[in-house]
Write a protein that binds this ligand. Structure first.
Ligand code: SF4
Length: 270
């Protein structure tokens, strides 16, 4: 049972810790997409929620009003939506917070970057086109929609994500595909690249990161759906980095050969 709470926030644009973004905007706390690997579940610590991640969403109903009317502060700065929610998860259809935030951001001229797993972003093409520098990325972890339902049950289907990328491209909006998290033995990253090259300008790759409670979530998912891979995942995560080092080199070589622009964001054990 989803618990939805309307809250009033004190700020909405925050400084980013992400490598390529200057600022982030999260119109919601929590996310209905319910990805098993979601690292944003750490946000529970900052709320009073006892529910599982995916079972609650706090809606920052005053978020659009918190975007300032006039300032040069964000001009040319990368503004990322969103880092600990998906700005287009299903509740956005009703609340339209992201849409109203975009309307307020246009005159501030930031470089807009949206990353999502929902084709609801197409609703806002009219606004996104008004940003001189803009790009929209779709996360694609698999082309197999059965696997997608296991890992990201309430996000758009794979087919609809690819169609959305095509639509964005048709509208002159630069796109990227975020291939992550790469799930060992299940994510065929080469196939994803080949299936989306016609509608994608750039690729990002990230491996499955299972520190802290994320290992428990991964283990639960494996036990439920892929118990045959449990030992292999343990080998990968509780030994050295060989598996990921090898994959990283393969991705680099593949992208070089295919003349594909890419960024690789692999987590390595220290
Ligand atoms: S879409 Fe992003 S924020 Fe939402 S549950 Fe999935 S990983 Fe977490």
């Amino acid at each position: 049972m989803l618990k939805i709470i309307e809250i009033r926030s004190s700020s909405i644009i925050t400084k980013s810790n992400l490598p390529e973004a200057d600022y982030v905007i999260n119109p919601y706390v929590g996310c209905m997409h319910r990805c098993f690997y979601c690292y944003a579940r750490f946000m529970k610590r900052f709320t009073n929620h006892k529910e599982d991640w995916g079972d609650f969403v706090d809606v920052k109903i005053n978020a659009p009003q918190l975007v300032p009317e006039k300032t040069q502060k964000y001009k040319g700065k990368e503004m990322f939506l969103s880092s600990v929610t998906d700005a287009y998860h299903p509740l956005e259809k009703k609340y339209e917070l992201t849409r109203k935030i975009l309307q307020k951001l246009i005159p501030l001229e930031p470089d807009l970057c949206i990353q999502t797993k929902s084709d609801l972003v197409l609703r806002d093409i009219d606004l996104i086109k008004q940003f001189e520098n803009r790009r929209v990325g779709f996360t694609i972890t698999t082309l197999d929609d059965g696997l997608r339902r296991e890992i990201e049950p309430f996000a758009s289907s794979v087919e609809n994500r690819v169609k959305a990328l095509e639509k964005l491209k048709e509208n002159g909006i630069p796109t990227y595909v975020f291939i992550g998290p790469i799930l060992p033995f299940l994510t065929d990253w080469k196939k994803i690249v080949l299936a989306t090259r016609h509608c994608t300008d750039h690729y990002m790759f990230e491996n499955l990161y299972v520190s802290g409670e994320l290992w428990k979530c991964t283990e639960n998912w494996l036990k439920k759906y892929h118990s045959n891979l449990l030992d292999d995942y343990r080998d990968i995560y509780f030994s050295d980095n060989k598996f990921w080092d090898k994959m990283e080199k393969e991705i680099e070589a593949f992208c070089r050969k295919q003349k594909i622009e890419c960024g690789i964001y692999f987590h390595h054990k220290k």
